[in-house]
Design a binder for this molecule. Structure first.
Ligand code: BGP
Length: 487
């Protein structure tokens, strides 16, 4: 019998997560090219017709206007929180909390400004060298996402992003440069951020201008096939160059609950959850699951698979499975349910759950359900690479930020993670999303704050950028000090 886990193991990787395009700023500094995320203009997330308050789609007309008249638009991700110049101060604050790991992404366009160059941009490589050296000073392990919702805009203009196979060798070239450069500094890697989100946003997930493709679901799965191949090739390259490194895949894990006990609703919930599991299935098992053949057939989706693709997938399976976890959903049997993506198919209100200020259902037990399900399915180490509460924080007269609501949210999710560990799940680590306030991915807002550290900047980019620990900073420091015992 396996020994009983009583809590988080020694060496549990406590830390926080960020993404280059949401923190770095310096969008046109030191040879950096323009990335897709630089072209996500600020749109009122509650304006007419904006779905899921995700405003990160861009069409070809918008792109042309953004490129020709950038001064007409606000591009919050272009200024981020100026991590590019303040990384030493920020990493020192993470170290003060006791971080064991810091999740960040590398901006592809700092390394290959258009993605097409033969030689990498040395200034870009040097920046990340400096960041990793700063982490090493404090014994903080980097967890690097190779592509976190961004790619060179040139590859969108030339190939319309991941809909084209031509991107695969360009991504492998980029990744090999990273592995050769950072093999002695970075042990933990994730290939793509939340790969299942292609289903919700072709532009952010796959650099695709959706008005240039036909059926969006067809495009999402064809792009995912190319990303599966790229991920597998990169995992294989990593093993050649960094034999001891650990490479993971990642999805936005949203558990779908059946709206009623009607068997039809249960069946739909199972199918919605399969559409999420499809992504780690391919990257863990190295093959397409049989249930997707029926789904593709029913939905009229035809994936173009070349000879040799299956061998590539088989030879590039991952070492761990990582997830972002924010919420669960409710689904029911209805004619169009399967047509909708498995991740945001129907965020129906769950009468038993509270909502965040951005209407995200808060469901800590859903995290335990997700971890149990994933571990039962793969029996591979798991990593919670994102979890956090976006909220409108207020600075008191005396300059404090009493974010007890964030402490409550994170405490409840850590408690459920601990229960999952006691259930036998092998959990590598936990990086809360937005360990420092940053630009929102979906709404491009600064006011949707996640951090343990407040950053003085508003949605229009106005502010001193001063960093200020919130109450949750000191609380999380204690959690880490006691390895999750004192909550
Ligand atoms: C995930 C992204 C992160 C982060 C998070 C919170 O999907 O991987 O980049 O942004 O969502 O979302 P938002 O910033 O829209 O609140």
């Amino acid at each position: 019998m396996n020994k009983l886990n009583t809590g988080f193991q020694e060496g549990f990787l406590w830390g926080g997560a960020t993404a280059a395009n949401q923190i770095e700023g310096a969008f046109d500094v030191d040879g950096k090219g323009l990335s897709t995320s630089d072209m996500a203009a600020y749109k009122d997330p509650y304006a007419e017709g904006v779905v899921n308050n995700f405003t990160f789609n861009v069409n070809s007309t918008e792109l042309k206007d953004y490129l020709n008249n950038p001064e007409k638009y606000l591009f919050p991700k272009r200024w981020g929180i100026d991590f590019y110049h303040r990384y030493k101060e920020d990493i020192a604050l993470f170290a003060e909390m006791g971080f064991k790991v810091f999740r960040l992404s590398i901006s592809w366009v700092r390394i290959f400004p258009t993605g097409l160059e033969d030689e990498p941009n040395e200034a870009g490589l040097a920046f990340y060298d400096a960041v990793f050296e700063e982490c090493a000073k404090y014994g903080i392990e980097p967890l690097v996402t190779i592509s976190h919702y961004e790619m060179p805009i040139t590859l969108t203009e030339k190939y319309n992003g991941w809909i084209s196979r031509e991107i695969i060798p360009l991504f492998e070239k980029y990744s090999r440069v990273l592995f050769n450069r950072y093999k002695n500094k970075v042990k933990y890697w994730i290939t793509f951020n939340e790969m299942n989100m292609n289903l919700n946003s072709l532009y952010t997930g796959a650099g695709i201008l959706e008005d240039l493709v036909g059926d969006k679901l067809q495009a999402a799965y064809q792009a995912s096939h190319h990303q599966f191949l790229a991920s597998a090739l990169v995992v294989k390259a990593a093993k050649e160059i960094m034999p001891d490194a650990k490479i993971g895949c990642m999805i936005n894990q949203i558990e779908s609950y059946a709206k009623t006990t009607k068997p039809e609703d249960q069946l739909q919930a199972l199918k919605s959850n399969q559409l999420n599991m499809f992504y780690p299935d391919v990257q863990v098992r190295g093959t397409y699951p049989t249930y997707m053949s029926r789904y593709f057939e029913d939905e009229g989706i035809h994936i173009e698979i070349h000879d040799g693709d299956e061998k590539i997938l088989k030879e590039g399976t991952v070492d761990f499975v990582s997830i972002s976890y924010y919420m669960s959903h409710v689904t029911e049997a209805r004619k169009d349910a399967s047509r909708l993506a498995g991740t945001f198919d129907s965020p129906m209100k769950n009468e038993y759950l509270e909502l965040s200020q951005w209407d995200w259902p808060i469901d800590p037990i859903g995290l335990r359900i997700s971890l149990l399900k994933l571990y039962d399915r793969y029996e591979l180490p798991l990593f919670v690479a994102e979890n956090g509460l976006g909220a409108k924080d207020i600075v008191s007269e005396t300059g404090e930020i009493h974010d007890d609501y964030r402490i409550d949210y994170i405490r409840k999710h850590i408690l459920e993670m601990k229960e999952a560990v006691k259930d036998g799940v092998e959990l590598m680590g936990y990086t809360t999303w937005g360990c420092i306030d940053l630009i929102s991915c979906g709404t491009s807002q600064m006011s949707k704050r996640y951090g343990f550290i407040y950053v003085d900047q508003d949605d229009a980019g106005v502010g001193s950028l001063e960093r200020k620990p919130k109450d949750s900073f000191y609380w999380y420091k204690k959690v880490i000090e006691t390895n999750g015992e004192v909550l």
